[in-house]
Design a protein around this ligand. Structure first.
Ligand SMILES: Cc1cc2nc3c(=O)[nH]c(=O)nc-3n(C[C@H](O)[C@H](O)[C@H](O)COP(=O)(O)OP(=O)(O)OC[C@H]3O[C@@H](n4cnc5c(N)ncnc54)[C@H](O)[C@@H]3O)c2cc1C
Length: 395
């Protein structure tokens, strides 16, 4: 059965999240952009968040806002779909809010998918217990990001231990996270077959931060570090045992739709803001200009709705068991061009005002660009979708 309606319990939760996001997160959006950090006092804002866990983690944790079994039963599965809906509302305020919640990064997710039961209990459940606040995932290097087979970081076995050497770039929260899941080549020349993941703790000897943050165009509150690993010695229980590349990539199949949900929240915020602004200023507009804006607003709404359905379909499939790579790629590959076009047009609708720092629309447009890059570029997702339908000849 196809159900497009959400429950009243979910609607109530989303309304609370939206109020919090607009009332508490959005007013600090400009500060987070200017200072390249979470805003001062962000922890108080987070302590008042209507959900206690990061939406990325709802499949494992639920939202944590109530113990009432009747409410929990009616929360639209309580997993990925609910997380995606909450993510969109949080980002309707501004993107920094959800990222300040614990468990916002992929290191923990990598442990859940690639680790043993003991590793999951120690490292992944440790985030839920509060033993660790932030984690990082380290794939990208100076010369490669999308193509993991090209990484040069190595892990060499010495008895019961591994020695890790190399560098990583663009690692989110890489200078502060409590632990990092680092992808390294264990059999040089064997491409993806030799790639394994290792857990590195912040205090491990040989880990150094050579750059704490990139000075980048958008998503400026969220730092990406450059790291070096010099002869880091790790016991074998720091190696995540999975050798299945499909499983490695399934980390991102689960999270890519969240990038799209984030962007849809941002694009909706831009569009609503611009529409309100135009409504207050349109007396000076020609009939032709108003007509053009109306037409564009309708088109943007259609496309955002279509994108949201792809996102929720990917979440729904994930809630049934496995994240589907093609559904995840469709969601991110289709939604991000829409999101970028909407945030761009919202700025344009406001004329020169749209580029002023008086308004957040210019910031949201810059943030949206980065969502197209993180977790694989849109181009690569569209190639993945084409390959699913017409095979390798697609690219
Ligand atoms: C804000 C931010 C946060 C990030 N956080 C992390 C993190 O926490 N951990 C981490 O490991 N990385 C992180 N990254 C890096 C990010 O994951 C990579 O930048 C991304 O995967 C793209 O890889 P790349 O930069 O090597 O680009 P490339 O893969 O080199 O792509 C460059 C261009 O070439 C195109 N292209 C590439 N291959 C093909 C192909 N086969 N066919 C056609 N076109 C192709 C791409 O679409 C793109 O337009 C982050 C990046 C940003 C911007």
């Amino acid at each position: 059965m196809v159900a497009l309606e959400i429950s009243s319990e979910t609607r109530a939760l989303l309304a609370n999240v939206r109020d919090w996001a607009i009332g508490e997160v959005r007013p600090l959006g400009r500060e987070s952009d200017d200072t390249c950090d979470f805003p001062a006092g962000y922890q108080e804002v987070i302590s008042r968040a209507p959900v206690k866990h990061c939406p990325l983690d709802f499949r494992y944790t639920g939202p944590g806002h109530t113990q009432d079994p009747d409410v929990l039963r009616n929360l639209d599965g309580g997993g990925a779909v609910l997380g995606l809906l909450v993510m969109e509302e949080m980002c309707y305020g501004d993107g920094w809010g959800w990222q300040a919640l614990p468990g916002n990064n992929l290191g923990e997710r990598a442990v859940r998918l690639l680790g043993t039961q003991e590793q999951i209990e120690k490292w992944a459940d440790g985030v839920l217990r509060g033993d660790y606040r932030f984690t990082s995932i380290c794939m990208t290097e100076e010369h490669c990001g999308s193509d993991l087979s090209q990484i040069k970081t190595t892990a060499v076995r010495e008895g019961n231990q591994w020695v890790l050497n190399g560098q990583k770039r663009f690692i989110s929260l890489g200078s502060t996270s409590d632990y990092l899941v680092v992808f390294a080549q264990t059999q040089p020349g064997h491409g993806l077959r030799g790639i394994r993941a290792f857990i590195v703790e912040r205090q491990d000897a040989g880990l150094s931060v050579t750059k704490t943050a990139e000075d980048k165009m958008g998503m400026r509150w969220y730092p990406q570090a450059t790291l070096e690993f010099n002869d880091i010695v790790l016991d074998d229980d720091r190696r995540l045992p999975s050798e299945d590349f499909g499983q490695i990539m399934s980390i991102l199949n689960g999270t890519r739709p969240f990038c799209a949900a984030w962007g849809i929240g941002t694009a909706r915020a831009s569009l609503d803001y611009a529409v309100d602004w135009v409504a207050q200023n349109e007396t000076s507009y020609s009939a032709r200009r108003r007509e053009r804006i109306s037409e564009d607003v309708a088109q943007m709404r259609y496309h955002l709705d279509a994108a949201r359905r792809l996102v929720l379909r990917a979440g729904w499939r994930h809630d049934q068991g496995e994240a589907d790579p093609t559904y995840a790629a469709s969601a991110k590959g289709y939604a991000l061009p829409v999101i970028q076009a909407v945030t761009f047009r919202a700025m344009q609708m406001m004329g020169p005002e749209g580029s002023s720092k008086e308004h957040l629309v210019e910031k949201w447009h810059r943030d949206a660009k980065f969502l197209d890059i993180v977790e694989g570029t849109g181009q690569l997702h569209r190639i993945a979708v084409a390959r699913a339908y017409i095979g390798k000849s697609a690219a």
